[in-house]
Design a protein around this ligand. Structure first.
Ligand code: IPE
Ligand code: IPE
Ligand code: MG
Length: 258
């Protein structure tokens, strides 16, 4: 991935605890989703796994559209992990084609809905044709602000922190940052997510209760919701219910209830 310019955190995007405290008490400002279960959904129907991925892409579009009415300003979805290259060549190739077609096809609708799209993850291993449509969509939507929609593609939390550390180390080696000046805030500015607040709520579908290398640094104080529904069965109604229930949770950030 090309290096994002460090220190470009906009004033309206505070990180971590500060971001969580600034959000309205009733709902999550930033929801992140591990969209899991496409393969099992297809297999249950005797269809190829790619059929499940196609159906899953439709659900993602529906959740995007549901966000503004629920007060969700930031939505981040896990589309392909740095570990997903271990799948068959056919599944990986099918997914890459699906991403490219989906991004090209959805572009107009996303623009019309005022959605700003960003991609996080390492672009170096992605096909140039795919990277091109990703860059184009980011540029096309950069003035939108109704919803900040971020797609994690070839993303891994450890990989992201490693790449960020490498860039930070270069700055230190060049004498532009003093070693003793490095704190958590400094590192966060080198992450792919440097323009986003931390997620308040992370949802994983399909019944697996693990985070599979998603937003490791950013989710330090996120609330988690693990649901059994397979992603292609996950509707805007499911999403609305989970977002609504979030308001009943008490977040403490390590402090004692005030
Ligand atoms: C999630 O669904 C989508 C991707 C990882 C690309 P899966 O493909 O992991 O579906 P299951 O977990 O095998 O059912
Ligand atoms: C996580 O799901 C990645 C995405 C949803 C893109 P996986 O299906 O790859 O995770 P594991 O292998 O079950 O941990
Ligand atoms: Mg899975």
């Amino acid at each position: 991935m090309t290096d994002p310019a460090p220190f470009s955190l906009p004033p309206d995007a505070p990180c971590g605890e500060d971001a969580a405290r600034e959000q309205p008490a009733f709902g999550p400002r930033h929801v992140a989703i591990i969209m899991d279960g496409n393969g099992r959904w297809a297999q249950q129907r005797g269809r190829p796994r790619l059929f499940g991925h196609q159906e899953g892409a439709r659900r993602a579009a529906e959740v995007v559209e549901a966000c503004p009415a629920l007060g969700v300003r930031y939505l981040t979805v896990f589309a392909f992990s740095t570990e997903n290259w271990k799948r068959t060549q056919a599944e990986v190739a099918g997914l890459m084609t699906l991403f490219r077609r989906y991004i090209s096809k959805e572009a107009r609708r996303l623009v019309e809905h005022g959605v700003r799209v960003r991609f996080i993850g390492d672009r170096d291993r992605l096909e140039p044709k795919l990277v091109q449509v990703m860059d184009d969509l980011e540029a096309l939507t950069e003035d939108n602000a109704t919803l900040h929609f971020t797609v994690a593609l070839n993303y891994g939390g450890r990989d992201e922190v490693t790449r960020a550390t490498r860039r930070l180390a270069r700055e230190v080696a060049a004498g532009r940052i003093a070693p003793d000046a490095v704190d958590a805030e400094t590192l966060a500015r080198f992450l792919d997510t440097h323009t986003l607040p931390d997620p308040d709520l992370v949802i994983r579908t399909s019944g697996e209760a693990r985070i599979s290398n998603f937003l490791l640094w950013q989710s330090a104080y996120a609330e988690y919701e693990f649901v059994d529904t397979l992603w292609p069965d996950f509707t805007a109604d499911h999403f609305e219910r989970i977002v609504g229930e979030y308001g009943t949770r008490e977040r403490r950030f390590g402090a004692v209830r005030g």
